[in-house]
Design a protein around this ligand. Structure first.
Ligand SMILES: *Cc1c(COP(=O)(O)O)cnc(C)c1O
Length: 225
């Protein structure tokens, strides 16, 4: 797959330019509307991380996936759908309310596991986007950190397309600020930020998990999806 090779090269170049050599940057393949054969081909090329947006779509496709890749939920997640994925994903990146965190905790406990989560910030303050407002993050961290079967592993954001660098920089500052505080039960290991159009910029500003759809698989066809 040419696309994957090119992305790896770009990531490596951005890492060499902006980051230290011991920092790892993970490339997630975002699978929405993509056929399982294409996803499996990406896994054969070296992809180890898949990002799912839609519960229903994922459940209908997952049995066709090669099992070696880890799957994260990255899309808006309704509380009443957590039960379908609690044992089907390794991480939920789109936690943006205490209500959702509590339901994840309840079902994780019931299923004898802990769930790794990222807290999603609506960094662009866009009405159409999910994510907690930046000034409500501390409260969400504090409340979520009390939940025994949930582990906060970092932050996720979708900076608005073409928003410019300060928003990426702001997100990085928030991430570092939380990290410095060392809240119990909270480890700021992952900053999930950057998509097809802006992943190099995201890497420049501290991202260590980029989520790539179209640059890897081509334009999405929503009619098929
Ligand atoms: C679709 C999507 C992506 C990937 O977007 P591309 O621009 O196609 O790379 C990344 N993150 C989330 C949350 C998405 O919904």
């Amino acid at each position: 797959m040419e696309n994957y090779k090119r992305i790896c090269e770009n990531v490596e170049n951005a890492r060499a330019k902006y980051r230290s050599s011991d920092e790892n940057i993970d490339i997630m393949a975002v699978t929405k509307t993509v056929a399982p054969e294409k996803i499996n081909f990406a896994i054969e090329q070296g992809i180890t991380l898949l990002g799912e947006n839609r519960v229903q779509e994922y459940l209908s496709k997952k049995d066709s996936y090669i099992k070696t890749a880890q799957v994260h939920m990255i899309g808006r997640l309704q509380t009443n759908k957590v039960k379908y994925i609690i044992n089907e994903v390794a991480m939920i990146q789109s936690v943006d309310s205490i209500k959702l965190a509590k339901e994840i905790n309840r079902l994780a406990e019931k299923n004898n596991r802990t769930m790794n989560v990222l807290l999603e910030i609506n960094i662009g303050d866009e009405a159409s986007k999910s994510g907690v407002a930046a000034d409500e993050l501390d409260e969400l961290i504090y409340e979520t950190a009390q939940l025994e079967n949930v582990r906060i592993k970092g932050l996720m954001a979708i900076p608005p397309a073409g928003c410019g660098e300060d928003m990426f920089d702001r997100m990085h500052s928030i991430f570092l600020r939380v990290k410095e505080r060392s809240v119990p039960n909270v480890s700021m290991d992952i900053l999930s930020m950057g998509m097809s159009g802006d992943y190099e910029l995201a890497i420049k500003h501290g991202s260590n998990l980029i989520r790539i759809g179209t640059a890897l698989f081509g334009a999405r066809n929503y009619l098929e999806g």
